[in-house]
Design a protein around this ligand. Structure first.
Ligand code: TYM
Length: 369
């Protein structure tokens, strides 16, 4: 398995990642503690979709003392957004609503420009606009959410980025990201930019404010560096909460990635496209013939349609029924695919309506110093 901010592949063993990355598993005790404040648990927490964390207990200690945390997350505008990107965002919105938290949302529009050969700034400008519409459509509170765009807000970000960069040696960057002599200078510096929002409010206000960062576990190498550096500058280490990956359509392992068109469903895909992609490409846990399937049943644990329903079917009862019906052969692969198609098309239709209305709201969300 390979898991870093730019590559995810293979069969991902999340228990092993917890050990390798040195994070903590979200256990029952922590779930209870979160529930005390939120009243209910998001189904992502109940199902282990958010499975790991760093310093969640500390962030809750602070919260209980009256020191409220802000949220920080982001999206690198390098393509259209996929269902995979929704996972940390849906959860971040839930946290914002439940804790009344401010959210700093970074669009590092230079990141993929630096890391991809064929991506121009003209492209990133286009995707930035498109991605902002998707993020706004998810319903973040405009009064509490600010978009920080690296090239636009460089004046506010550059000094803190240099303070951070000064504390990171090239040898650390090589060890954490596997860089070598062929990496360009922008790539080496970039991690400093991704650290900035974890300290910017504290830097500007001149007092430490706790920060909680939700993301899928691939981004963790950046934040290991952030957590190492910020205390050296007198700031708190940010806390983090990590999700697993929505698997690719062609699964079962790995992650859905915007750059692998076969693996992904985009938030802008229409009904027909969604149906065609799932019917044609969704990895199936079914048996080769209907007779065999009816007799022996399918394997929902590797079936991508079922796996995706774990992420998008909120109703535990319905999900359990799909699991059992598929496992005992009552539900055929085509039928399970149709259940997923209906679910996604309903969700995407609503999203696309909100997305159209988002156009006029962009200005409200842009960070102002
Ligand atoms: P990016 O744009 O690749 O991805 C945005 C967010 O989506 C998560 N993600 C996924 N989650 C579940 N399943 C998937 N298949 C999947 N694919 C992507 C990513 O982990 C990420 O949380 N460098 C970052 C942008 C960034 C950022 C941040 C992300 C800047 N600051 C702070 C999180 C937190 C990037 O390229 O993400």
């Amino acid at each position: 398995m390979k898991v870093d901010p730019w590559n995810v592949s293979g069969d991902i063993d999340y228990e092993k990642l917890i050990k390798e990355f040195g994070t903590e598993k979200i256990d029952k005790k922590l779930l209870e503690r979160i529930k005390k404040h939120t009243g209910e648990l998001h189904y992502f927490l109940k199902r282990g979709i958010f499975f790991s964390h760093r310093d969640m207990n500390w962030v809750l200690d602070e919260y209980e003392k009256g020191s409220k945390f802000y949220l920080y997350t982001g999206r690198s505008p390098s393509g259209d957004m996929t269902l995979g990107h929704l996972i940390p965002l849906i959860f971040t919105k839930w946290l914002q609503d439940k804790f009344g938290a401010e959210l700093l949302f970074q669009f590092p529009d230079e990141e993929k420009f630096l890391f991809k050969d064929n991506l121009t700034f003209k492209d990133t400008e286009h995707y930035l606009h498109e991605n902002m519409l998707d993020v706004i459509a998810l319903g973040f509170n405009p009064k509490k959410t600010k978009f920080l765009i690296d090239t636009k807000h460089a004046t506010a970000m550059y000094k803190p980025a240099c303070m951070i960069a000064k504390k990171i040696t090239f040898s650390t960057a090589k060890a954490v990201f596997g860089f070598d002599n062929s990496n360009n200078l922008g790539q080496i510096f970039y991690t400093a930019m991704q650290s900035v929002p974890a300290m910017l409010p504290s830097y500007l206000k001149g007092k430490n404010i706790p920060c909680l960062i939700p993301y899928a576990i691939d981004q963790d190498p950046h934040f290991r560096i952030t957590r190492d550096v910020l205390p050296k500058l007198g700031y708190y280490k940010p806390a983090a909460i990590h999700s697993v990956f929505l698997p690719p359509l062609t699964g079962p392992g790995g992650k859905m990635s915007a750059s692998d068109k076969l693996s992904a469903i985009y938030l802008t895909d229409d009904e027909k496209t969604v149906k065609k992609k799932i019917m044609k490409y969704a990895f199936s846990g079914g048996k080769p013939s209907i007779e065999e399937h009816r007799k022996l049943g399918g394997n929902p644990d590797i079936d991508v349609s079922y796996q995706w329903l774990r992420f998008f079917e909120e109703d535990d009862g319905k999900l359990k029924k799909h699991y059992n019906d598929y496992k005992n052969g009552k539900l055929l692969t085509g039928e399970l695919k149709q259940i997923l198609i209906d679910k996604l098309n309903k969700m995407l239709k609503e999203h696309q309506i909100k997305r159209k209305k988002a156009e006029s709201k962009i200005n409200e969300f842009i960070y102002r110093a």
